[in-house]
Design a protein around this ligand. Structure first.
Ligand SMILES: NC(=O)C1=CN([C@@H]2O[C@H](COP(=O)(O)OP(=O)(O)OC[C@H]3O[C@@H](n4cnc5c(N)ncnc54)[C@H](O)[C@@H]3O)[C@@H](O)[C@H]2O)C=CC1
Ligand SMILES: O=C([O-])CC(=O)C(=O)O
Length: 330
């Protein structure tokens, strides 16, 4: 085992995603069995007592890879020297709400956290925003993060990506491992566009393998895009274990790279690729090498896909304008 622990911050650590995420991080699911992890857990003051209980449980697991745990309510203390920051803490939506309804409530959390990261995190810190509305919260964080390069911030659309893989694999009755090149474009919201035109199943184009446009347009896309709401409806609470799992998938891919011949979906600051304007954090197909993501280039976008990407981008621009008006962009 290497001796220097990787310092990983988790915000909202006493919440329901935190309760799944922390144990998997501590067990080595992110960094593997040979790299110790030090957890830095941020909560609001009233939740610290509950968080102490979670830490007692972490202790009780005697995880060989868990090198230490610190908790606190001050981001400049908790984020000190962190190499990876998983920004989960935010208010989740309830039944009947859209994620955009959370902009004002949650936007106020991410400006001070971006600032604190710029003051105390490791220079090469990678920041993953899971808390909703994730894309625009990432934009708020990066715009308040001083000289941390924008490309060190990203938001989670891996859960949508995983949902899309699972739905497609179920439809074609193949193992999920047969699905490659899945892409989620745009916002982590009901306007997101899960794209089957560039996906592959057992080496074959996924749209052609399905062979049923009506299913793609009227079942697959809405099922993936509205899965979060369906889970809230069924469970009475928003997705937690699957969100934690996707957060680990996202961070692991960013640290360790994409599998040969495949790509993943990540919401990243747009560089103008595919006509998505700069100044928003939007989901793209990306590959990762040596800890650096690159947007996959050269995919042909037909009119069906174009209209859906544009609609989601328009929503992101609206969210950007709204948080700008609220004074949340640094
Ligand atoms: N991007 C994605 O795919 C997904 C995102 N989410 C989002 O993740 C977020 C967290 O969800 P849950 O864990 O279910 O919520 P939760 O309500 O169970 O936990 C959130 C925790 O964040 C804490 N918190 C609030 N303000 C904070 C601050 N300023 N600093 C640190 N901690 C703070 C709360 O005290 C609470 O313990 C929500 O915004 C939810 O909508 C959930 C599922 C998927
Ligand atoms: O839908 C929600 O509010 C939680 C979430 O982001 C998801 O499950 O995708």
């Amino acid at each position: 085992m290497t001796t220097t622990p990787v310092k990983v911050a988790v915000t909202g650590a006493a919440g329901q995603i935190g309760y799944s995420l922390l144990f998997r991080l501590a067990a080595g699911d992110l960094l593997g069995p040979d790299t110790p992890i030090e957890l830095r857990l941020l909560e609001i003051t009233p939740a610290l007592k509950a968080l102490e209980g979670v830490v007692m449980e972490l202790d009780d697991c005697a995880f060989p890879t868990l090198a230490g745990v610190q908790i606190g309510d001050d981001p400049t203390t908790v984020f000190d020297g962190v190499n990876l920051a998983l920004l989960v803490g935010a208010r989740p939506r309830g039944p009947g709400m859209e994620r955009g309804d959370l902009l004002e409530a949650n936007g106020g959390i991410f400006a001070p956290q971006g600032k604190a990261l710029s003051e105390v995190a490791a220079d090469d810190v990678k920041v993953v925003v899971t808390g909703n509305p994730a894309n625009t919260n990432a934009l708020i964080a990066l715009s308040n993060a001083g000289d941390i390069p924008a490309r060190q911030f990203s938001a989670l659309t891996r859960l949508d990506h995983n949902r899309a893989i699972a739905q497609l694999a179920a439809r074609l009755q193949v193992p999920v491992t047969e699905v490659k090149h899945m892409t989620i474009w745009g916002n982590h919201s009901a306007t997101q566009y899960p794209d089957l035109f560039h996906a592959e199943v057992s080496g074959r184009n996924a749209y052609e393998a399905v062979g049923d446009h009506d299913w793609v347009e009227n079942t697959f896309i809405p099922t993936v895009a509205k899965r979060g709401a369906a889970i809230i409806e069924a469970r009475g609470a928003s997705s937690a274990a699957s969100a934690a799992s996707a957060t680990i998938d996202h961070a692991r891919t960013w640290l360790q790279g994409t599998a040969e011949g495949d790509w993943v979906s990540m919401a990243v600051p747009s560089d103008g690729s595919y006509g998505v304007p700069e100044g928003i954090v939007s989901s793209f197909p990306v590959t990762v090498t040596d800890g650096e993501w690159s947007i996959v280039q050269g995919l042909e976008i037909d009119d069906f896909s174009r209209a859906r990407i544009d609609a989601s981008v328009e929503e992101l621009q609206g969210e950007r304008d709204a948080v700008q008006e609220l004074g949340l962009l640094g």
